[in-house]
Design a protein around this ligand. Structure first.
Ligand code: AHR
Length: 501
């Protein structure tokens, strides 16, 4: 089949916020321990951080990193994770049925973030704790000096405040699995009180209120409306979380997961703006899509889940999904969806970063390697700068069980006037056919005559191919040499189940 993109730079849709390329580190499984931190590993620095992991995180290009959870945060006492390491308590983590040593805490993680050049985004516990503990963490983190909490931070080795700008008011409070799960009414009131109290300390904080854990939650839509009716003027963002997996061998529906993400985002934007209209507010609330990825959750629920009142392993192998080429194409497409909505999705976090549903894997004492999903994220993070511009897609469609008829091609374009560059990101969802894509770049103005062009494609004859400990470079990007530009028209061949930049 053939398909066509018409790119119109006169219609910018929104500038691309660097925060769209955030990630997420939770105290879960081997994300922290035996992941980014492994003292004794040949590549560990003097703090115990693996430098091979640091290098990969830098190459991935992640902006803000959300920490320390996730479900974990709803049972977390932040005070446990600061102060002399030997005096920190070992605790149960009820969310993941594990033991938490607190060996790594706020200070160590902030130090690690400096090595990877990322910003800290902190979540407070509104599950089993409340406004007071959130305020204390804020004062400990951000007040320069002069109170017991600020002085304690200095005694613990950090004189300058962490100055955390972005704060999540709890995690997935709509989920019955969440410790301290609440109704939208109850959570909305608590979030509003907490946000107001935090703003009494610093009105310029960026605050994220919990939206839905997925667009398929029974409370979806109404949760956002009720929570925002309590918090609208107190917060800057409402969160969205979404995970996708291939179910029952239905690859066609899975490849169209971004259709669900598009719908999710557009529904939440509509709800935000409804509340805004009802309140007659001038304030703008945007979306922080602060958990998104492919996750084979069904396997976690049926195989990996830890149980037993006396069974609390330390850093167990949990959620260690091995990602296929098809999974990476979906991840690339989810990034396209986020970029298409760059006007209202101004922050996002790939969940997660190391070992746990992650683009980066490690073997204790051994190598670190890139999963297939590493590639679309790293390339999009590097190339999607400037603004998203209108891209009209003319493409054939195919039938899916989950989403009805969906286009075979999905794409987005970004233009960076300052840098004089443009990037097109495109997926071919066909399972069998190469698509010949034509793109009209006349709308790219001066850029349309560019000759310095290149294309990289992620595809494989085997859509189930993965990178692994024993074959860590099985899948990678390939230069797509079919790209030509002639008289303002670009042409490229897109193989089946592929992602191309
Ligand atoms: O990322 C894994 C888990 O998914 C997080 O802890 C939780 O917030 C979500 O349900």
């Amino acid at each position: 089949p053939t398909a066509r993109l018409v790119i119109d730079t006169r219609r910018p849709l929104g500038s691309v916020n660097r925060r769209l390329f955030g990630s997420f580190v939770e105290h879960l499984g081997r994300s922290v321990y035996d992941g980014l931190y492994e003292p004794g590993h040949p590549n560990a620095d003097d703090r115990g951080f693996r430098t091979d992991v640091i290098d990969l995180v830098r190459e991935l290009g992640v902006s803000a990193i959300r920490y320390p959870g996730g479900n974990f945060v709803s049972g977390f006492r932040w005070e446990d994770s600061v102060g002399p390491v030997d005096e920190r308590p070992t605790r149960l983590d009820l969310a993941w049925h594990s033991t938490e040593s607190n060996r790594i805490g706020l200070h160590e993680f902030a130090e690690w973030l400096e090595s990877v050049d990322s910003e800290l985004m902190l979540a407070v516990n509104l599950g089993t704790r409340g406004t007071l503990e959130a305020l204390e963490l804020l004062e400990y983190s951000n007040l320069a000096e002069g109170t017991s909490l600020a002085d304690r931070r200095a005694e613990n080795g950090r004189r300058a405040p962490f100055d955390v700008r972005m704060w999540c008011l709890g995690n997935e409070m709509d989920g019955p699995w969440q410790l301290g799960h609440r109704s939208a009414e109850d959570y909305g009131k608590l979030a509003s009180q907490t946000a107001k109290a935090m703003r009494a300390f610093d009105p310029d904080l960026e605050l994220v209120v919990c939206g839905s854990s997925s667009a398929h939650m029974p409370t979806f839509g109404e949760w956002e409306r009720v929570v925002l009716s309590h918090t609208y003027d107190d917060v800057d963002y409402i969160s969205c979380h979404a995970y996708y997996e291939e179910k029952n061998g239905d690859l066609g529906s899975f490849l169209a997961s971004a259709v669900d993400m598009d719908h999710f985002i557009e529904s939440v934007v509509a709800t935000i703006d409804h509340v805004k209209a009802v309140r007659g507010s001038d304030h703008v609330v945007n979306i922080s899509f602060d958990e998104w990825n492919v996750w084979y959750n069904e396997r976690f629920e049926t195989v990996d889940k830890i149980t037993g009142a006396q069974n609390w392993p330390v850093a167990p192998r949990l959620l260690e999904d091995s990602y296929t080429v098809a999974d990476a194409v979906v991840v690339g497409n989810l990034l396209i969806s986020l970029l298409k909505h760059a006007d209202r999705v101004t922050s996002a976090s790939l969940a997660q970063l190391v070992n746990v549903i992650a683009p980066i894997m490690t073997e204790p004492g051994g190598i670190a390697w890139k999963q297939t999903t590493f590639f679309p994220f790293a390339v999009t993070s590097a190339l999607a700068t400037g603004s998203t511009v209108a891209t009209t897609i003319e493409s054939e469609s195919y039938e899916t069980t989950a989403y009805g008829s969906v286009p075979v091609i999905d794409a987005v374009t970004t233009v960076d006037e300052g840098a004089g560059t443009a990037s097109i990101f495109v997926v071919n969802r066909s399972q069998t056919e190469t698509t010949s894509l034509e793109f009209d770049i006349v709308g790219l103005g001066g850029l349309g005559t560019a000759t310095d062009v290149s294309a990289q494609t992620l595809f494989d004859e085997d859509v189930a191919a993965v990178n692994s400990l024993t074959d860590p470079e099985r899948v990678g990007l390939r230069e797509n040499t079919t790209l030509t530009i002639d008289g303002g028209t670009g042409r490229i061949e897109l193989p089946p189940v592929s992602w191309t930049a």
